[in-house]
Design a protein around this ligand. Structure first.
Ligand SMILES: Cc1cc2nc3c(=O)[nH]c(=O)nc-3n(C[C@H](O)[C@H](O)[C@H](O)COP(=O)(O)OP(=O)(O)OC[C@H]3O[C@@H](n4cnc5c(N)ncnc54)[C@H](O)[C@@H]3O)c2cc1C
Length: 482
């Protein structure tokens, strides 16, 4: 294949999908208008940067598997996908400069909001524009773009409920738009480019995410089935970790195998007027997608968050105890609090944790063990298949009472009553803590009273004592703030 005269490069990053992909859509449209012969999708794996960002190995594997699968899916549309292996974000610059020499006239990509990603994109944009290449960024990561939902005085909302109200009225006004799938030129192959660039092709992963299907149609079907069959009960079942009450789509949303816009579109189609009822399953699920937008808006408006600074500045001076043995026990699921242990083992074994359990384990780390929330934030990031900065940071700061619209510091989850309430029959505990398999439904939540099996762990702290210590830590900083 000869050198393409005008190459339109779609740089895939967090939008690993064929449907509803603004970059692919606009690249195909522009290429057609300019009678160019080539739209080429590009993915660059950057394992060293991923490691610096604590990306979980299971998430890295999911991405690699998805990119390979997408090569086939895009090939059916006549669009080659060049998957390359580099090291860091800095290496991406050199790849783009080489592509200019190969006839690249335009680049298309979906924005990313984090600091180093922005720095990388700004540097590449500047270099390419100086060389006369058109650079197009599409802000489709949120359903409503950051900066588009503001208070009457033009500020970012710091509280979720009014944000949501404004967000919903915007949805009514403008609806959601999804892009259709596009076709490229089946005669063009990217082999020539791959050879010219002389870079290694993307390596395979370690298959640790094999339990997660990566075909786009399968993921779309999962989302559709959830909206058709399960969402009506979401309000009732979403807090019960033993049930499959939530969508299980977070890993796909985090890598962009589906978009949040597609979820809302489908939800509107399936739920009809039920979506207008405040407490219906559909409207509660929509609220979760709005939380997703909310934390991204906060991140864009307060870029210091990326440096792991607390949103509530006074909490920066809390003197966390940071006991390393306690931290290890928490990570390993050996705290002696059954539901906390079951949750951490779910995370370690599967790479995913139920939302209620994320709240309980986060609260336990911060408010029962007095360990800095950033330790937990980092651990979650390095193990979660859906690890995603804004949601993870938002969730941790919510639980630690350091964030925006966070749980008040004096509201401290009791891990035993949470267990009785959300895993009443101990079904989830039994699944992940086999040591407690034979305990009855009542004693399983707190097995230390009577006949605790030798194989289980003594509780590492006493909850009511721990509660007092934490309240004192917070009161100290709140007082000095007055
Ligand atoms: C401490 C802590 C850490 C978290 N870390 C992450 C993370 O790294 N990545 C992540 O995607 N979510 C995170 N969450 C939010 C939430 O726990 C997960 O999104 C949810 O458990 C994913 O399961 P699901 O797809 O079945 O969710 P569903 O209940 O089906 O929700 C649908 C989608 O809405 C979004 N969503 C749901 N809840 C939230 C929320 N509270 N904040 C932001 N978005 C939300 C997710 O994209 C989710 O897939 C965290 C929450 C806490 C408390």
């Amino acid at each position: 294949m000869a050198k393409a005269t005008s190459l339109h490069i779609v740089w895939l990053r967090n939008d690993l999908r064929v449907f509803d992909n603004a970059s692919l859509f606009h690249a195909a449209q522009n290429a057609r208008e300019q009678e160019s012969n080539a739209v080429v999708a590009l993915y660059i794996a950057t394992p060293t940067t991923w490691q610096q960002h604590n990306m979980a190995p299971i998430k890295q594997d999911l991405i690699r598997r998805r990119v390979k699968q997408m090569q086939q899916e895009l090939a059916e549309q006549g669009i080659p996908l060049l998957a390359l292996e580099a090291d860091t974000y800095q290496d991406c610059e050199a790849i783009f400069i080489s592509l200019v020499n190969e006839g690249m006239v335009a680049v298309y990509g979906q924005v990313e909001y984090e600091l180093r990603e922005q720095q990388r994109d700004n540097a590449i944009t500047k270099q390419l524009q100086e060389k006369g290449v058109e650079v197009n960024w599409y802000d489709r990561l949120c359903i409503m773009s950051p900066g588009s939902i503001l208070t009457q005085s033009g500020d970012t909302y710091k509280v979720f409920t009014p944000f949501k109200r404004n967000w919903l009225s915007r949805l009514q006004e403008q609806g959601v738009h999804c892009y259709s799938r596009v076709k490229g030129n089946p005669e063009f192959s990217a082999d020539y480019l791959a050879k010219q660039l002389g870079l290694p092709v993307m390596a395979d992963g370690d298959e640790s995410s094999a339990a997660w299907p990566v075909a786009e149609q399968q993921v779309l079907d999962k989302m559709r089935e959830f909206c058709q069959q399960q969402v009506a009960d979401y309000q009732k079942t979403r807090d019960l970790p033993a049930k499959k009450g939530t969508s299980g789509l977070s890993a796909y949303l985090a890598c962009g195998v589906i978009s949040a816009q597609q979820c809302v579109n489908r939800l509107q189609m399936e739920a009809g007027p039920e979506l207008e009822q405040e407490k219906s399953g559909s409207s509660v699920w929509l609220s979760e997608l709005i939380w997703r937008d909310f934390y991204k808006h906060i991140l864009v408006a307060y870029p210091d968050l990326i440096k792991h600074k607390p949103f509530q500045k006074d909490t920066a001076s809390i003197k966390w105890h940071n006991n390393k043995k306690h931290f290890k026990a928490w990570c390993d699921g050996k705290t002696g609090y059954p539901l906390v242990d079951a949750a951490m083992r779910q995370l370690n074994q599967t790479g995913w944790m139920h939302n209620r359990l994320r709240m309980i384990t986060a609260s336990f780390l911060v408010k029962d063990l007095q360990i800095d929330w950033r330790w937990g934030e980092q651990y979650f990031m390095s193990t979660l298949i859906d690890g995603e900065f804004a949601a993870n940071n938002g969730g941790w700061q919510w639980a630690a009472s350091t964030g925006t619209d966070a749980a008040p510091y004096f509201r401290i989850f009791n891990p035993i009553t949470q267990s009785e309430r959300f895993d009443p029959e101990g079904e989830f505990i039994r699944r992940f803590v086999p040591e407690l398999e034979h305990m009855n439904n009542k004693e399983i939540h707190w097995p230390h009273k009577k006949t605790m099996p030798d194989s289980y762990w003594p509780a590492i702290v006493d909850h009511s004592e721990a509660r007092k210590i934490t309240l004192a830590l917070f009161t100290e900083v709140k007082k000095s703030d007055e």
